[in-house]
Ligand binder design. Sequence first.
Ligand code: 9WN
Length: 455
Amino acid sequence: MAVSADDWTDDPQAVDSFITRAKAVLDDNWTGRFTVPSPSLYPHQWSWDAGFVVLAYARYAQERAEQELAHLFAGQWKNGMIPQIVFNPDAPDTYFPGPDYWDAGRSPHAPDGVRTTGIIQPPVHATAVWHYQHFARDKERAVRFVERVYPLLAAWHHFLRRDRCSRRGLIHILHPWESGQDNSPIWDTVRKRTDVPEAFVKTAEAHRGDYIHKKTRPTRKDYSFYLYLVELFRAVDYDPKRMREVSPFVIQDVLFNTLYCRSLLDLGHLAHLIGEDPLPWWDEAHVTQVRMNEKLWNEHHGMYFDHDLTTNRRIKAEVAAGFTPLYAGIPRAAQAARMVRSLDSPKFYQVDERSWGVPSYDRESRKFSKSRYWRGPVWININWILCHGLRHYGYYDYAEHVRHAILKLPYENGFWEYFDPETGEGLGSDHFSWTAALALELILQPEYAQQVTEG
Ligand code: 9WN
């Protein structure tokens, strides 16, 4: 079945009002220096959320895109690390764990005068900067900005290569929060085999009230695991080598490595733009592609699986992120065809069926939950990554089917953090920035084309 581009609405005025509403979400969440992911739950700046909002600002708010990135880079560590969260000193003390719990300043690498966490999130920043300069109206200014941030992006990628990878392998992550998919079923086996001291269960319990919508969030056990890992890292002053040694969680994650690979390709393009050598970045991207195909691909399931470095075993959790390598051109054409067959099935998102986008987890698994965070609900960022990946391989009809979901979900139900794949009901926090931003990214493409024609 071919789904036409405007199936989600055939009313042009409705499209205009949708754009206005999406931009209003970003305006409301804009603090004057950066964009909070949502006003109710997340009052600070998150690393990959910042990258996603820049993809939208790139298309209509050049200066704001620069400010967003500059604020994130102000929190960059001296060893190049871009932290998961840059804390906002003016925010109410509602988010736990906050800056005092992390106490990241104990690391000699922490930035001066800015408080952050001591872990990372997926690297989408070079990709964001590439979009920024590509769509910028003031091109000269954009090139000057790229010249300014290129060394910072390079330092970030050097950090990943130096401190998050052994020899020329894949990048490993050390905490579920680093993947961006906090309570994904991928982490279940690691969490279950880790003895978390009772004190962390108590701390997690004490803060349960901080987490709204308990049934749609990670459990107390998940949170105690997250806090325990933070404690292990804090005890070694966030020293990258020691973190690797003490962590029971050392995973080569598909989504993280996919975005790393895409980021390297985009960093190469940025290098080329300002007269630097792109080849080392593209070489690195190539090595990552080869390694992912060697180590993470599973022909039987038609998708990629994470690898647990502690046990040296694949983690066979069928999550939507297992299809994201399409976005970085990682699978060969035959693999991509196999992946689309797995995606276009009752497990995920069948083309001729009434559901609401690609769920984060296999709908036929007994552990699937249609409402609990990264264990089933539809997330707009994963769908957006898949939509672009499918286009890249020429699966335009299926990509349109995914695009349709990305637009229709917030159009009909609001700009929620995640969505029930069966009913489309919005879950988590309302007024969520990347839901608005990525819908805008898809919808503003024709508008951009028009501006270019108008000259
Ligand atoms: C921990 C901000 C972040 C996203 C993550 C999402 C959620 C945080 C939390 O919110 O995680 O980082 O407290 O649950 O899982 O992807 O970046 O939107």
